[in-house]
Write a protein that binds this ligand. Structure first.
Ligand SMILES: *Cc1c(COP(=O)(O)O)cnc(C)c1O
Length: 364
């Protein structure tokens, strides 16, 4: 078999080997089914058990209270940019408030505008998205349809560690790139959504955790697949679900529970990995320049620059020779980015840190 690289890709991203191996082992014939996950009915007992197991793993890991629904929907995180405002803004007579801390927030706003009035209550653009705001900087109104944040901006590498008290206005979060990386107080949110391909599974499926009372607000006449009420009533099985994605999410969440020991343990490991990398950046005498301000630094996506773009290109090329892959920054911002999601091992991060120190001593 071709050797696996140290994969720092921002997404789709590396997944835990035990989960991949189990998927491989059972790919031709799932126990009890004698056929693969992509060949069996989504109404079968085998699939029902997989779906329930994925849901109960999510519920336990994220401590999801009983008054929330857990859904697995098509269309990735980006469809939620539309689906959330379709359900909770369209026809509400209210405006929705968006906190924009990076590129994904910009995209969320763009889609939401098609559904109704949007107020951008904080925008990091003028500062080049180097930080998240203090909540005290923002005056949310009491009559918004909802407030939307991006918990972790994957491209810029800025992350919230605390969430605002929005009173009776539902807080909706795109948590695609830090879901399951650490505990999150679900009860403070109206809805949390996340595309699977950063920390949970393959692309195409989004996890949606939705407070049940919000279903009373959805307008009539939405397309079935874009109507949370329909998807809840069908238990994510209104039509054929993204079965393979749900299956891998089940395996990855099982790994998180059984091998990692839950999100507190995962967070400890993630913080350790992030600290190692930020320490290399901070102790480089300015050779490496971190993009995000210290207080806002992401524990999932570490972003930095080198003295010039030629050196950045060389750095990325040299890194690849050490099997360190996926560290080129997003095309919109340049520089370097190491995505150190849950499945990126401490060893991978240590190897990258050693490479960075070596590279600086040769080129600094
Ligand atoms: C990757 C990402 C998305 C887009 O996910 P898709 O599944 O490709 O739609 C949205 N938001 C954030 C924060 C992301 O990291």
């Amino acid at each position: 078999m071709e050797e696996r690289v140290y994969n720092f890709s921002a997404g789709p991203a590396t997944l835990p080997l035990p989960a991949l191996k189990e998927a491989q082992e059972h790919f031709l014939a799932l126990p009890g089914a004698g056929a693969s996950i992509i060949e069996i009915s989504h109404r079968s007992k085998t699939f029902a058990a997989i779906l329930e197991s994925a849901k109960s793993n999510v519920k336990e890991l994220l401590q999801v209270p009983d008054n929330y629904e857990i859904l697995f929907l098509h269309g990735g995180a980006s469809l939620q940019f539309s689906m959330a405002p379709m359900n909770f803004l369209r026809g509400s007579g209210k405006a929705a408030e968006y906190v924009v801390t990076g590129s994904w927030g910009v995209k969320a706003v763009k889609e939401a505008k098609k559904e109704g009035d949007i107020r951008i209550v904080w925008d990091g653009k003028s500062e080049n998205y180097v930080r998240v705001p203090d909540w005290a900087e923002i005056a949310f109104s009491e009559d918004a349809a909802y407030i939307h944040i991006t918990t972790n901006e994957t491209i810029q590498g800025v992350e919230f560690q605390q969430f605002p008290d929005t009173g009776s206005v539902p807080l909706i979060a795109d948590a695609s790139s830090d879901i399951m990386s650490q505990p999150i107080p679900v009860e403070e949110f109206g809805m949390i959504y996340a595309g699977a391909q950063k920390n949970m599974g393959p692309a195409g499926v989004a996890l949606v955790i939705l407070r049940k009372d919000l279903l009373d607000r959805t307008p009539e006449g939405l397309p079935a697949l874009l109507d949370y009420k329909v998807m809840v009533e069908g238990n994510s099985l209104y039509n054929t679900p993204p079965a393979f994605g749900i299956y891998v999410i089940m395996l990855v969440t099982k790994w998180l529970r059984e091998e990692i020991g839950g999100l507190r343990e995962m967070a400890k490991l993630n913080r350790k990995k992030a600290a190692l990398l930020y320490d290399v950046i901070d102790s480089s005498d300015g050779f490496y320049k971190g993009h995000a301000k210290s207080q806002s630094r992401s524990i999932m996506n570490v972003t930095w620059r080198l003295p010039d773009t030629d050196m950045e290109a060389d750095f990325i090329k040299q890194a690849a020779l050490q099997k360190l892959e996926g560290i080129k920054g997003h095309r919109s911002v340049g520089g370097c980015r190491a995505s150190i999601y849950n499945a990126v091992s401490l060893e991978a991060v240590e190897t990258l840190c050693d490479f960075m120190k070596n590279y600086q001593s040769k080129n600094g």
